[in-house]
Design a protein. Structure first.
Length: 355
C-alpha cells in the first residue's frame, strides 16, 4: 500500500475498501488497496486501485471524493456542505434522473466522519472524462442541450417531490447563498485584477455593480419556472462515450430556472464564433424539447431574454473561481473567462438584469 500522507488522515485502508466491496458482493475479499493519485481542490479527489476477487461485480479502479484537505477550499465548501449536497443528489435522484450519471459505489454522509463519495473510474469503463477547457462541437453541444432539456422537463412538474427533499433548501443551502453574496464584491475585485486584459475595462463597473447587488440579482435569476438544475455545467463536468454525454459534479445542484444551465453551458463550452452562429438554433432545440415534454409557459422571446440575463452568472462563477484559486486548472480558468466575457458582451447581459 503506497505511503501517501493523506491516506491516514482520510482513513482510507483495506478495512474501508472491504466495507464497500461487501455491500456489493457479500463474500468477496479485498487483498490490497493502493492510492494511485491525489488531486487537492474544492474536494480531495483520489484514484484508488482496490484488488478484490469480485471484478465481475464491481470495478477494481475507483474515484473517491472527500472534503478538501486544503484549508482554504475546506472553509469555503464546508459551510454550504457542497459534497454533502452532491451525495444527497445521488442518493435521491440518480435512479430516476433522465441523464447518464457516473456509477456510484458508495455515498455516505456520516456525522463526525465527513462525507465520502466513491464512483467507478470512468476511464476504466471506456468513458472519456471532459476537461474544463474542452471546446465542444455543435453535435456535442446539441446532445448536452437535449439531455438538459429532458432533465429539466422531467423535474419541472414535480414541485412536491423537490420540496420533500429538505437538503435542497436547508441551512447549508441558505448559507451558500449568504456566503456567496457576502464575498461577491471582494472576490470580484480580486478576480478582475487577476484577469488582466481578459476582461475589458468597460465590463468592470457593471461586474462590480453585479457583485454589490448579488443577493437581489440571484433572486431575479431564480424567478423563473422552477426545476432541478446542475448549476455548474461546464466541459470539465461532463464525460463522454462516443457522442453521448454524461454529467458529473453535482455539488451545486439546486432548484432554479433551467435556462440558467443552458446559458452557463453555452458560455463556457463553445468557441465564441460557433456559439454566435448556432446559439439561437440550440436555444430553439431546448425550447422544442421542453414543450414536447408538456412544459407550459415558455416562449422563444422570454426564453432568449432569460438566457441573456443568466450569462452574467457564468462570468461571475469563472471570475470568482480565479479569485479563490486552486479550484480549476489556471489555463482552463482563463479560457472559460475568455469565452464567458465574449457571451456577456455579445448579449449585454448586465443590461438585461431588470431586478
Amino acid at each position: 500500500m503506497k505511503n501517501f500522507p493523506v491516506q491516514k488522515r482520510l482513513q482510507l485502508n483495506k478495512h474501508w475498501a472491504q466495507n464497500i466491496v461487501t455491500d456489493h458482493a457479500a463474500d468477496a475479499k479485498v487483498s490490497d488497496m493502493v492510492i494511485q493519485s491525489v488531486n487537492l481542490g474544492t474536494t480531495t479527489r483520489l484514484k484508488v486501485r482496490v484488488t478484490h476477487d469480485a471484478p465481475e461485480i464491481l470495478p477494481l479502479s475507483w474515484f473517491v471524493k472527500t472534503p478538501s484537505l486544503v484549508l482554504k477550499s475546506r472553509l469555503i465548501t464546508a459551510l454550504p456542505g457542497l459534497l454533502r449536497k452532491e451525495i444527497y443528489f445521488y442518493q435521491s435522484f440518480a435512479k430516476t434522473a433522465p441523464l447518464k450519471l457516473p456509477p456510484v459505489l458508495a455515498a455516505h454522509n456520516r456525522f463526525g466522519q465527513g462525507s465520502t463519495l466513491v464512483m467507478s473510474d470512468l476511464s476504466e469503463l471506456g468513458y472519456i472524462p471532459g476537461q474544463p477547457k474542452d471546446t465542444l462541437s455543435l453535435q456535442q453541444a446539441q446532445r448536452v442541450v437535449e439531455d438538459l432539456a429532458k432533465f429539466h422537463g422531467y423535474f419541472s412538474d414535480k414541485h412536491n417531490l423537490l420540496k420533500s427533499h429538505s437538503w435542497l433548501t436547508d441551512f447549508n443551502s441558505a448559507a451558500e447563498n449568504h456566503l456567496g453574496s457576502l464575498l461577491a464584491l471582494p472576490l470580484m475585485k480580486r478576480g478582475l485584477r487577476l484577469s488582466g486584459e481578459l476582461i475589458p475595462d468597460k465590463l468592470h463597473k457593471p461586474a462590480l455593480y453585479y457583485a454589490a447587488n448579488r443577493r437581489k440579482i440571484m433572486k431575479f435569476l431564480a424567478n423563473g419556472k422552477q426545476t432541478l438544475v446542475h448549476h455548474d455545467c461546464h466541459p470539465g463536468n461532463l464525460f463522454w462515450k462516443g457522442a453521448e454525454p454524461g454529467f458529473l459534479d453535482w455539488q451545486l445542484v439546486r432548484t432554479g430556472e433551467g435556462i440558467g444551465d443552458i446559458a452557463y453551458f453555452l458560455a463556457t463550452a463553445l468557441d465564441s464564433n460557433l456559439r454566435r452562429v448556432h446559439e439561437k438554433y440550440l436555444l430553439d432545440i431546448y425550447l422544442t424539447n421542453m414543450q414536447q415534454q408538456g412544459v407550459e409557459g415558455l416562449n422563444r422571446q422570454n426564453l432568449y431574454q432569460r438566457y441573456r440575463a443568466h450569462l452574467s452568472y457564468a462570468l461571475e462563477a469563472m471570475v470568482v473561481t480565479l479569485a479563490i484559486g486552486d479550484m480549476m486548472d489556471y489555463e482552463s480558468n482563463l479560457e472559460l473567462i475568455r469565452r464567458s466575457v465574449s457571451a456577456v458582451e455579445d448579449h449585454d447581459s448586465y443590461g438585461s438584469l431588470n431586478y
